[in-house]
Design a protein around this ligand. Structure first.
Ligand SMILES: Cc1cc2nc3c(=O)[nH]c(=O)nc-3n(C[C@H](O)[C@H](O)[C@H](O)COP(=O)(O)O)c2cc1C
Length: 178
C-alpha cells in the first residue's frame, strides 16, 4: 500500500520522522490572543490555518482563558496581541501579562513568536502591547523562532492579509528546527 505523506510549506513532503520530531519537541503550538475588538483573533485564526496547511497543528486560546501553564508547559507559543489605552496590553491580556511580570517564571525552555497589532497614529505608544509581551518573554528566557512582526492599522493593509507571509515564514522556521 502507498503511504501518504503530509504536505508542508511550498508543497514539501514531511517525513513521518520530521512530524514525530515536531510533535515531540513541542507538546503543541498554541496561539494566545490579546484583543479588544477581534482583529488579533482573526489574525490568530489565519496563522492557525497556514500552520495547519503546513502539517503543524495549532490551537487558538484567548488570553483571558490562559494560565501560566499554557505558556510554560513546553508548547511553542505564538502571541497575537493589539495595543490599547496609552500603550497597554488589551484588557483580556492584562492578567496573563501581570502574572508573567510578577511571578517571573523561567521560560528558557519555551520558543515563541509574536505578531503585534497597533496604529502609528499613536506614535508615542506604537505597538507597545506586543512590544511589552516580547520584552517580558525575552527577559524570562524564551527564545524567538523568528523576528516579531508589527502591523500598522494606518499602513493600508489588513492584518489578516499581512500576517499570511509571516505565518509562512513561521511555519518554515518551525520546520527548520526539526
Ligand atoms: C481606544 C484605542 C486605543 C488605542 N491605543 C493604541 C496605542 O496606544 N498604540 C497602538 O499602537 N495602537 C493603539 N490602538 C490601535 C489598535 O491596537 C489597533 O486598531 C488594532 O488593530 C486593534 O486590534 P484588536 O481588534 O485585536 O484589539 C488603539 C485603538 C483604540 C480604538
Amino acid at each position: 500500500m502507498h503511504k501518504r505523506r503530509a504536505r508542508g510549506v511550498a508543497g514539501l513532503a514531511l517525513s513521518p520522522r520530521v512530524l514525530q520530531f515536531i510533535a515531540m519537541a513541542f507538546s503543541s503550538i498554541r496561539l494566545l490572543v490579546g484583543t479588544m475588538t477581534g482583529n488579533a483573533q482573526v489574525v490568530a485564526e489565519e496563522i492557525q490555518f497556514v500552520l495547519d496547511k503546513a502539517g503543524l497543528g495549532a490551537s487558538v486560546l484567548p488570553m483571558d482563558d490562559a494560565s501560566l501553564d499554557d505558556i510554560a508547559d513546553g508548547a511553542l507559543i505564538v502571541i497575537c496581541t493589539s495595543t490599547y489605552g496609552s500603550g497597554d496590553v488589551p484588557d483580556n491580556a492584562r492578567a496573563v501579562y501581570t502574572l508573567l511580570t510578577e511571578t517571573r517564571p523561567d521560560l528558557s525552555h519555551v520558543r515563541f513568536a509574536l505578531f503585534g497589532l497597533g496604529d502609528s497614529t499613536y506614535p508615542q505608544t506604537y505597538n507597545f502591547g506586543g512590544k511589552k509581551f516580547e520584552a517580558v518573554m525575552l527577559e524570562l528566557g524564551a527564545k524567538p523562532v523568528l523576528a516579531s512582526h508589527f502591523h500598522n492599522a494606518s499602513g493600508g493593509t489588513l492584518p489578516e492579509e499581512e500576517c499570511l507571509p509571516w505565518a509562512d515564514e513561521l511555519a518554515q522556521s518551525i520546520l527548520a528546527l526539526a
